[in-house]
Design a binder for this molecule. Structure first.
Ligand code: NAD
Length: 309
C-alpha cells in the first residue's frame, strides 16, 4: 500500500519545513568543534537533561555519517553518472522512470555504488551510535536514510533500526511478486564494467522471470511501512525526547517531517553536520536545539558519552 507522503526528493511539497523566524544566537552559531571533553555548555545541558529524564532517543542519519568511511554523498562533486555523452545526477538515475527506460544502466550505476559500500568500513560515528543503542536499549531507535549497511555492520540492533530508504544488501521483484531477497553475488565492478547476459540472469526474479530491482526507495516513489517503515519512523518521532540528526542535508521528505515533529513538540534537538542545513536552522530556532557543527566522527563519541555515562 502506498503511503500518503510525497517521495524522498519532494522538498517543494506540503511537508517542506519553513521556519518562520530563525534565531541566530550570538556565540552558538557556527561554533567550531570543541576539544574533546570540552563540550559547549548549552549542548552539555541539553544532553544532561535527556540523560536524567530517561526518555526515548531518536537518531536520524544521512549520507554524511558514511562520508568518513569513504562513501560519497549525493550532493558531493562526484555524484553524477555518465551515459553516452550525458551526465546524469543521482536524482535522475535513482528513479522508477529511469529503471523502466534503461534497467541495465540503472543496475550498472547501483552495482558500482554498492561496490563502494561493500568495501567501506564503519567509522567512529557508526560505532558511537551502536554504543548509544546498547546503552539505552529499548529507549533508542535509529532511522537511517543510508542504504550502505554500515550501521548494521557496526552492530546496530535490527529491531531498533529503520532503513527508510531501503538497504543495498537486498533486491525485490520489480513486478508483482512479494518479498525481499539477498542481492546476488555480482562480482567486483567499477564504473566501466559492462552489463552482461549473466548479470541479467542473476537479476531475474526467481518466480516470474522479470527484473529484480534494488531494494531502495527511488526519488519518484512513495514511502510506505512495508518496505520503508514510514509509520514506525513517525511513531518514534512522536514519542522521542531527543532527536539527534547526523549528516543529512534535509532534501528528502520523511526526514524533514521528523524534524518538523520534533520542532513542534519542543523536544531536545541536536544536529551534527559540518555545514548549515535545514535541521541546523530548526535547532537554532528551537529553545531546546543545538547545532553541533563538525563531522560525525568528531562530534558523536562525546555526545554519546554524555547521554550514557
Ligand atoms: P546528502 O548527500 O544530501 O547530504 C549529506 C549531508 O552530510 C550534507 O548536509 C553534508 O554537509 C553532511 N556531511 C558531509 N560530511 C559529513 C560528515 N563527515 N559528518 C557529518 N555530516 C557530513 O545526503 P542525505 O541527506 O542522506 O540524502 C541523500 C539521499 O541519498 C538519501 O536518500 C540517501 O538514502 C541516499 N544516499 C545514501 C548513501 C549511503 O547509503 N551512504 C550515500 C549517498 C546517498
Amino acid at each position: 500500500m502506498k503511503a500518503s507522503s510525497g517521495g524522498p526528493c519532494d522538498t517543494k511539497g506540503e511537508t517542506t519545513v519553513t521556519v518562520g523566524v530563525v534565531l541566530h544566537r550570538e556565540g552558538d552559531r557556527g561554533a567550531r568543534a570543541p576539544l574533546v571533553n570540552d563540550m559547549e555548555p548549552k549542548l552539555s545541558r541539553l544532553l544532561e537533561d535527556v540523560r536524567r529524564s530517561g526518555g526515548p532517543v531518536l537518531a536520524l542519519t544521512g549520507a554524511g555519517i558514511s562520508a568518513e568511511s569513504g562513501i560519497p554523498t549525493f550532493r558531493g562533486r562526484d555524484g553524477y553518472w555518465v551515459v553516452g555523452s550525458r551526465n546524469y545526477m543521482p536524482q535522475e538515475m535513482a528513479t522508477h522512470e529511469m529503471f523502466c527506460r534503461a534497467p541495465e544502466e540503472v543496475w550498472r550505476w547501483y552495482l558500482y555504488r554498492f561496490g563502494a559500500c561493500k568495501h567501506a568500513q564503519p567509522n567512529e560515528g557508526h560505532r558511537a551510535l551502536v554504543a548509544l543503542d546498547r546503552g539505552l536499549g529499548e529507549r533508542f531507535h535509529l532511522v537511517t536514510q543510508n542504504i550502505d549497511g554500515l550501521h548494521q555492520r557496526a552492530g546496530a540492533t535490527p529491531a531498533r533500526t529503520s532503513c527508510i530508504h531501503g538497504d543495498a544488501a537486498y533486491v525485490r521483484c520489480a513486478g508483482p511478486c512479494d518479498g525481499k531477497l539477498p542481492l546476488p553475488d555480482m562480482g567486483s565492478r567499477d564504473a566501466g564494467t559492462p552489463f552482461t547476459a549473466v548479470d541479467r540472469a542473476r537479476l531475474s526474479c526467481p518466480r516470474c522471470g522479470g527484473w529484480l530491482r534494488p531494494h531502495v526507495l527511488w526519488f519518484d516513489e512513495y514511502y510506505d511501512e512495508e518496505n520503508y517503515r514510514m509509520q514506525t519512523a513517525l511513531r518514534v518521532a512522536s514519542r522521542a525526547e531527543l532527536l539527534l540528526v547526523v549528516g543529512t542535508s534535509g532534501a528528502t521528505n520523511l526526514p524533514m517531517q521528523i524534524g518538523e515533529i520534533a520542532f513542534r513538540r519542543g523536544i531536545a534537538m541536536v544536529d551534527v553536520n559540518p555545514e548549515e542545513n535545514p535541521f541546523s536552522e530548526l535547532c537554532e530556532a528551537s529553545e531546546r536545539g543545538f547545532f553541533a557543527r563538525g563531522s560525525a566522527c568528531e562530534r558523536l563519541p562525546d555526545i554519546v558519552r554524555a547521554l550514557t555515562s
